[in-house]
Design a protein around this ligand. Structure first.
Ligand code: ZN
Length: 92
């Protein structure tokens, strides 16, 4: 992760332990993912065993871990840092 934004210089680590709260966002995303995986397994394979469910959840966590880690940190910093339009790269 970069120390500062290359566009506006915003610090991505404003204080030590800043992303502690991102853990709770990650928890929420993982819970939604678990429920989705569980519902999908119940629909696709109704006679599933607990071992299969736990294996599927473990695999789901491993696959989505890097993605959820970054997204939850992005969501966390966007709650506290406001971006002005001129800071964003122009799309036109
Ligand atoms: Zn920026």
């Amino acid at each position: 992760m970069n120390k500062n934004c290359s566009n506006c210089g915003q610090s991505f680590e404003p204080e030590p332990g800043y992303y502690f709260g991102a853990m709770f966002i990650s928890y929420g995303i993982n819970t939604a993912l678990f429920i989705a995986a569980w519902v999908a397994l119940s629909v696709i394979y109704p006679d599933y065993s607990l071992k299969l469910l736990l294996a599927l959840l473990g695999l789901t966590v491993l696959i989505f871990l890097p993605f959820i880690y970054r997204v939850s940190r992005s969501i966390w910093i966007s709650i506290f840092v406001r971006y002005k339009d001129e800071d964003l790269p122009s799309s036109a």
